[in-house]
Design a protein around this ligand. Sequence first.
Ligand code: NFS
Length: 677
Amino acid sequence: MAEEKGKVVKLEKKKKVVDPVEASIDIATQEMIVRSQELGIETVFDRALSMKPCNIGIQGTCCKNCAMGPCRLPLPKGGIEGEDERKGLCGATANTIAARNFARMVAAGAAAHSDHGRAVAEVFMSAAKKETDAYKIKDTVKLVAVAKELGVATTVEVDGEVLDRDLDEIAVEVGEVALNEWGKPEGELIYLKRAPKARYELWKKLGVLPRNIDREIVEIMHRTHMGVDQDYKNLVKQCTRASLADGWGGSMLATDLQDILFGTPSPLQSEANLGIMKEDHVNIIVHGHEPVLSEMIVAVADSQEMVDYAKEKGAKGIQLGGICCTANEILQRHGVPPAGNFLQQELAIITGACDAMVVDVQCVMQNLANVAKCFHTKLITTHPIAKMEQDNVIHIEFDEHHALEDAKRIVKMAIDNFANRGAEVMIPQYKSPLVAGFGVESIQYHLGGSFRGSYYTLNDNIINGRIRGVAGVVGCNNARQQHNNATLTIIKELIKNDVLVLTTGCNAITCGMHGLLTPESAAVYAGPGLAEVCETVGIAPVLHLGSCVDNSRILLAATEVVKAGGLGNDISEWPVAGSAPEWMSEKAISIGQYFVTSGVYTVFGGLLQTTGAPVFQKYLFEELEKIYGGMWDMVVDPVEHAHKMIAHIDKKRKELGIDKARERVLMDMASRQALDV
Ligand code: NFS
């Protein structure tokens, strides 16, 4: 423990330990799993082996929404023949139960993203009103652009002359309008009109335009209470409202306001994996989601005062690293390297070189506290809604009104802790270079036409077939699957087949760790058409668009393609597909639902908890396509997963009549010459 300097406390060794190679394809992770086992420290990988998931829960047919249950309705072995007579005590069918469980996942996911957005909006408001010195508006161009989208006046008429309005005034009004989106009493979310016109009109016709963010989430909780909505189709309709309120509401506002406050990302270089930690530096790992905290830690850790203080304490400097989406936020804007993705969080502490791990909200495993107990690591929670019960966890509540002081206290605590390191430091020496920092604007810059100021070049390359289509591959890791394997296999298969990949979340970190985010990777992994485009414009075949709330960037990029012309009038018409190969979080379900209802065919790896209710599952997988042009799917085998996406892309190419163009462009020179004569 920390008091016993230089000595690692060994926990009682569990008998069942995981095979590191079966657990992960990443060598750094494998080495650290071996290390954890040498030290007798249990991790999520070992627990996944010793604890199997509940067979009924995994089918989505366990109902615990009232105290007459839990009622359990597993699918009988051999399936159902004839009428499905399964029902809970109240008579709830398997479809009702699975749909209610699914809806509650959407609600939780949409709530998590949107509450993140609300927190950003509140800090934005403090900054706009100049109540804090720590946060200032960085991107005034985006402020004005967003103001226009939100209906805030950006000019003022004085004596018949039109003048630019004061930026501070604009910012306060943007903050007010934005915050109102969570609870306005009437109307609909403003950003829905950013979608292609045809999509907006479809939502309107179907009656699924979200009214305000909070209401749609609350309504799911009401409808799924005992004895309310007992029609799976009607429940899915509410899932659509809540998920659209996430993707085109809470998440999109989070992205925009973060860009205005902290800067809109643009391409930059960095590296990823546990090897970014340095033995002779103070290592601070920030983990969670809201950049409100991590931005301050970055600023303070970069300050000369703190660097000097670290040197005074015997370190060569301060190395910051990130885990999960916090990693993505500070990577995109500052180039701070990710130390790992979701499943590597415990391992960062097991290096013995993590002087402080600072966490806020979401995807933070409670076992971090047990692991931290075995080392000198200070585990610091910072958010009032996310504390831990273990007594070795320190809580330093972070508040925008004294943000810099809080950050300073945390960084200083980490520096002071450097001297308490034990002898047993082991940092795996693996990291990969990467380029990150893409967004709607930078894709336009790289793949757009400066002349038209749109996605013209991207569209042109899709139409001529060099780029077969685009895939958004996003989401988590899941200890029930081999870490990073499905993600990597799917993405390699996609780019090999000329599909340009946009990625976010832990998925993006996986791509970084395995070298897919460098322009050089195009020549190695991409098909001839995609490689040619990547080499011409100098981009990687996989573009990192940020954290999971930044999936809103994928929605807007997909909309820009529609606007640029030549590929149909709606997102559902052009060759695009979505994927979450290793999903685990409820947020992924909300994302899946808004991808689907925005018109995207979306495939999940791992198991969706819908298999116990085949009729409901069929509704998601087949019927939704007739309504929204997009639908869910679940394919566990990664190669098959990628090929179902490619088949959908080809189907859309055919519908647009551009399937022949691709055949032409991929002919070799000899066949082209033969054609010319
Ligand atoms: Ni997305 Fe980000 Fe990672 Fe999954 Fe968790 S960090 S918000 S939920 S695990 S990708």
